[in-house]
Design a protein around this ligand. Structure first.
Ligand SMILES: *Cc1c(COP(=O)(O)O)cnc(C)c1O
Length: 437
């Protein structure tokens, strides 16, 4: 059966064609999902096909998203695909981080090794490809960070114009720098995220601009490839736990959908549990799981992990359904816990941006609580690269990092630079003293 768009609400179920430009259900306002059928899949044949493509030099086979294109059947004309190429990210063993968390072993799937250095590229290649299929000339998003960096790059690569709307203030310079360099029209608006989104939705329809915010169902299709590639790298051995940070909750929605589809296609025969970790100052999803009911937004979300500073996550219903399906848990961690976990990931020679480090902080907490067994097989997704936010890094190591409410953050694993005079003897003495540290 050919893929189609369906309303995610089980009580509505309205359907839309793939070529319709709709961002939410016209009948009930819920999010949309691409529905695929993998009933005829031959899992052994797919696994060997994907493995053979690893030796191919064809651009689509070189991509860690489109190498798995049988799982993204919404693209029928592969000449339309826009790839940089993305994916092919490493899966690291991190013994030092495992020890910190109280685990025997721990793996990191590092999505910061993407062309624009975050997991958003896995989704954006699919979203911009859909824009190309629709014949759009302009694409837009409202974002303060990695989404805009990624959109700007893929639009530039495809010859489309990217328009990025930024809420005034709160911009990590690494990310803004990318959007500017890739040539996006960057518009700062003196309004908050929701106000801007409302405006942009109206203007997009009027001016024929395709919106690629995280609710876009085609971005979710691309993001499924993260878990597909992870499982392939593990020889299709399903871990006990997959852990990831949660902001707008598109990533957990994609992870759940990817796992459901791999299972339906017979590529895996069991499912992992999942843990979503939020920053304590922006944890509406964690509160939802603690208190039940419907999601209550956090009015003034605060965290230095700006990629997950989201008070009203748009994909919460999808995410809730996926987490429940996978017997998952939702945890929250403090600014201090994120900062220390991030430094530990750095000491592994890996590094990540703050939001990604919420995973290790959360795992440590869940092991201590007895939720994750010390000998469990755990894989965590690092969502963005260390260099996205160098200011944070320098402040932590030099003892100047403060929480959004101005509380000092301890540099538990601080590594400040040392200043010395131009004096051979003094430098030699310093080197001798530090040799056994
Ligand atoms: C976007 C982003 C997140 C949050 O992902 P959601 O899909 O919004 O939950 C986490 N970390 C980084 C680095 C991101 O860019």
């Amino acid at each position: 059966m050919a893929p189609y768009l369906s309303c995610f609400s089980p009580t509505c179920g309205s359907r839309y064609g793939l070529s319709e430009i709709v961002y939410s259900c016209g009948d009930c306002g819920s999010l949309l999902e691409v529905v695929n059928s993998f009933d005829d899949a031959d899992p052994r044949q797919l696994k060997s096909l994907w493995q053979r493509r690893r030796t191919s030099l064809a651009p689509l086979d070189v991509s860690g998203v489109w190498r798995f294109r049988e799982m993204l059947p919404f693209v029928t004309d592969t000449a339309r695909i826009v790839t940089l190429p993305e994916g092919n990210t490493p899966l690291f063993d991190a013994p030092r981080a495992a020890q910190y968390a109280g685990l025997a072993g721990l793996q990191f799937k590092h999505q910061g090794y993407n062309p624009t250095a975050s997991f958003k590229d896995n989704g954006m290649t699919a979203g911009v490809t859909q824009a190309a299929i629709l014949g759009m000339r302009r694409v837009a998003c409202v974002s303060t960070g990695n989404t805009s960096a990624s959109l700007a790059a893929y639009a530039a690569a495809s010859g489309m114009q990217a328009v990025i709307f930024l809420p005034a203030g709160n911009i990590a310079y690494g990310k803004l720098a990318q959007a500017l360099e890739y040539g996006a029209l960057t518009i700062q608006v003196e309004a908050n995220f929701d106000q801007i989104l409302g405006l942009v939705l109206e203007l997009a329809a009027e001016l024929g601009i395709y919106l690629l915010n995280s609710v876009n169902p085609f971005r979710i299709e691309g993001q499924k490839s993260i878990v597909i590639e992870m499982l392939e790298q593990r020889g299709w051995r399903v871990p006990d736990w997959i852990v990831l940070p949660g902001g707008n909750l598109g990533n957990i929605s994609a992870l759940g959908k990817g796992l459901r589809e791999l299972h339906a296609a017979g590529l895996i025969d069991s499912l992992p549990r999942v843990a979503v970790v939020q920053a304590a100052g922006s944890a509406p999803f964690e509160r939802l799981f603690r208190e039940g009911g419907v999601l209550r937004a956090v009015r003034r979300p605060e965290t230095l992990a700006t990629a997950i500073r989201i008070g009203d996550p748009v994909s919460w219903r999808k995410a809730e359904s996926e987490v429940k399906e996978l017997s998952g848990v939702v945890e929250s961690v403090t600014e201090q816990e994120i900062a220390d976990a991030k430094a530990v990931i750095g000491r592994c020679g890996i590094g990540s941006e703050p939001a990604s480090a919420a995973t290790l902080a959360g795992i440590r907490k869940l092991v201590r609580a007895g939720t994750i067994e010390p000998d469990a097989d755990v894989s965590a997704i690092l969502t963005g690269h260390l260099l996205k936010d160098p200011d944070y890094v320098y402040r932590y190591h030099s003892g100047q990092l403060k929480t959004p409410s101005d509380e000092p953050i301890q540099s538990t694993f601080g590594n400040a630079p040392v200043t010395v005079p131009n004096d051979r003897a003094e430098i030699e003495e310093l080197l001798l003293r530090s040799a056994d540290q």
